[in-house]
Design a protein around this ligand. Structure first.
Ligand code: FE2
Ligand code: FE2
Length: 378
């Protein structure tokens, strides 16, 4: 808390043609021998973005261009927002407040290195194999591909599990051959699957149960019946899993996870004890309802139900997952803004933080552009 703060920058620079990021092998503290994106200290007479442009050029010979500043009035300028701001412990006495920028080169120039350093364009695979900090590796991989390749999961799943998941995914694709107008289609199933396995690996949970439940949890979401979609979904999932040869004990666990995936701690439903796998499926599903993807899906859902963008007369009742009549902004207030605090696992709580912040930023901007006031949540 009381440590000296120094302003620094770090730039994740894309080479879009090759889907690579620029990294420098450091020969100075902190992180000697580590591969990190170019960056360094902000000098006294620089803004962070000016420091970012200079550091990239000095350390690598590459140039990236951003609009440096924008005039607000005769004495105030606005500079581009960093992608994130991190605080990093350097030693007992000082910390770096690190402005993280993401940019792309306009055209590739020959790489130039400072003495004793190495500079390389690294692919996602390269980044996996060089020494670097965990947060840098995770962030770089997120930037290079929206989701992990299924191939990457092979190292965590045994051959039989992998094969069974593939079979069920094929069955699911056959079953869900139409696009989902509500944002609950195959793409949602895939993202939930990757979220779920990511969490399950960290939590040492049963990967097959989590993977299958995530893929199948909303299989009946768009079917109109008088039952809840998790009841129909659990039944359809059972049939698809039988066809794919999933053993009965696994099917039963998946069935339970699907039945429980829409139990919210902030709803009227009774709290019950959930298995670790069930908690992870909930977390994985909820992560896809927040952040940029959550915003996109919220408006898809609202549009498909013919709902208003915002209804000032709307009363925000306690959450009811079966009610599809809320306006889009009403849905943020009654559900999306509550999801961060409803995450079960520590890892999902960590992932939810950034997505929740992004929603708040979006709502503030919406308010400034449209005057939609929202409620007491933001
Ligand atoms: Fe659902
Ligand atoms: Fe879902």
């Amino acid at each position: 808390m009381n440590k000296t703060k120094e302003l620094t920058v770090l730039v994740y620079l894309f080479n879009m043609k090759e889907d690579k990021l620029l990294f420098v092998k450091r020969n100075t503290k902190p992180g000697v021998g580590m591969w990190l994106p170019p960056g360094g200290h902000v000098r006294e007479k620089e803004t962070p973005i000016q420091a970012a442009i200079r550091e990239v050029y000095e350390e690598t010979g590459q140039e990236f261009t951003v609009p440096e500043q924008h005039c607000l009035d005769e004495r105030t300028f606005e500079i581009p927002l960093p992608d994130r701001i991190q605080v990093e412990d350097i030693d007992e006495n000082h910390q770096h407040v690190d402005f993280i920028y993401v940019g792309k080169i306009t055209h590739e120039k020959p790489i130039r290195c400072e003495k004793g350093k190495e500079v390389k364009w690294l692919s996602k695979e390269d980044i996996n194999s060089v020494p670097t900090f965990d947060n840098v590796r995770d962030y770089a991989k997120q930037l290079l591909s929206v989701q992990p390749e299924i191939e990457e999961l092979r190292t965590y799943l045994d051959a039989t599990e992998y094969e069974l998941l593939e079979k069920v995914y094929e069955k699911l694709c056959e079953y869900c051959h139409e696009a989902s107008p509500t944002g609950h289609g195959l793409d949602h199933a895939r993202r939930t699957f990757y979220n779920g396995l990511d969490i399950a690996i960290k939590e040492n949970a049963n990967l097959l149960v989590v993977g299958l439940s995530c893929l199948l949890h909303d299989v009946a979401r768009d079917i109109q019946t008088n039952r809840e979609h998790w009841i129909d979904g659990a039944n359809v999932a059972e049939d698809l899993m039988k066809e794919a040869g999933i053993p009965e004990d696994v099917r039963n666990l998946v069935h339970q996870c699907i039945l429980e995936h829409e139990l919210y701690s902030f709803s009227k439903s009774q709290p019950i004890t959930l298995s670790l796998e069930s908690k992870i499926v909930q977390d994985a599903d909820r992560l896809d309802a927040i952040g940029a993807i959550g915003i996109a899906r919220c408006f898809m859902y609202s549009g498909s139900h013919g709902n208003e963008l915002w209804d000032p007369k709307e009363k925000i009742e306690p959450f009811d997952p079966t009610d599809s009549s809320k306006s889009a902004i009403g849905h943020f207030q009654e559900k999306l803004l509550l999801l961060k605090d409803s995450m079960n696992t520590d890892y999902a709580k960590k992932l939810a933080w950034e997505r929740h912040e992004f929603i708040l930023r979006f709502l503030r901007q919406l308010r400034r552009e449209s005057g939609i006031p929202g409620g007491g949540f933001w």
